[in-house]
Design a protein around this ligand. Structure first.
Ligand SMILES: NC(=O)c1ccc[n+]([C@@H]2O[C@H](COP(=O)([O-])OP(=O)(O)OC[C@H]3O[C@@H](n4cnc5c(N)ncnc54)[C@H](OP(=O)(O)O)[C@@H]3O)[C@@H](O)[C@H]2O)c1
Length: 215
């Protein structure tokens, strides 16, 4: 499968490397392919490719959204709205505001009545958007190993088949998946990133993941 990644930061790089490890082709999209971190990633990942946001969006049969949350709508417009149509698009972004955290609690620019994922879905209505990977640090996105067992990734989205595809990807990446419903459920999934970051912000502890226990 060809995977196009809109975003060249730690998440874009970690997921691109993970997809390549699973035998896929991956292209990282950025506004600047000669950026030091992109050049370094390409050197370390000989099979990896880099291009503009539009090139990555055209290249990918499956797309990943991984830019700074407040800039994702700009990045999608640069990538070309039509390039997202009818594709499975994994949304890993979080709507983190520029304002500093309050005693370790990150601030969001969205409300509990409208998530960033809902804004993105409105911008690309023909995309099969699935929220995933936003509730854990990038170093645990691929094959996380915890003594407490397999961690849980919460996903949501309006397209059932797309959620099945993403569940398959998550299984191969070493996650168990909980489908939490339609796009509106991102109102609850996105703030889990705030909770995940608190131990890091307060105590510099960043090595954890969520697990849902069920009867
Ligand atoms: N870091 C983590 O471990 C982690 C974990 C879970 C979720 N997330 C979420 O995943 C997303 C990516 O996080 P990250 O830490 O990898 O990177 P980031 O620093 O949040 O974002 C970097 C990306 O944002 C793009 N960007 C910045 N300003 C832009 C603008 N004005 N217009 C268009 N694009 C712009 C950059 O483009 P260029 O490539 O052109 O520089 C780059 O691709 C964020 O939404 C974050 O909240 C992060």
């Amino acid at each position: 499968m060809k995977v196009g990644i809109i975003g060249s930061g730690e998440v874009g790089q970690a997921l691109a490397t993970a997809f390549i490890s699973e035998g896929n082709e991956a292209m990282i999209g950025t506004r600047n392919t000669s950026k030091e971190e992109v050049v370094k990633w390409k050197k370390e990942n000989q099979k990896g490719q880099a291009g503009s946001f539009a090139e990555a969006a055209k290249f990918g049969e499956l797309l990943i959204l991984a830019t700074k949350g407040s800039k994702i709508e700009d990045a999608i417009k640069l990538a070309g709205v039509a390039n997202f149509s009818n594709k499975v698009v994994i949304d890993a972004t979080n709507p983190i505001a520029d304002a500093p955290p309050d005693n370790g609690v990150l601030k969001f620019f969205t409300t509990l009545e409208e998530s960033l994922m809902e804004r993105i879905q409105k911008l690309i209505p023909a995309a099969k958007l699935v929220k995933a990977f936003n509730i854990v640090g990038n170093s645990f996105m691929y094959k996380p190993k915890f003594p407490g067992g397999t961690p849980t990734m919460f996903i949501c989205g309006n397209d059932e088949k797309a959620k099945k595809t993403v569940t398959g990807i998550l299984t191969s990446f070493g996650w168990e998946t909980e489908d939490m419903g339609l796009v509106q459920s991102a109102r609850a999934i996105e703030p889990l990133a705030i909770l995940w970051c608190i131990p890091g912000m307060l105590r510099n502890q960043w090595t954890h993941a969520f697990k849902l226990l069920k009867l």
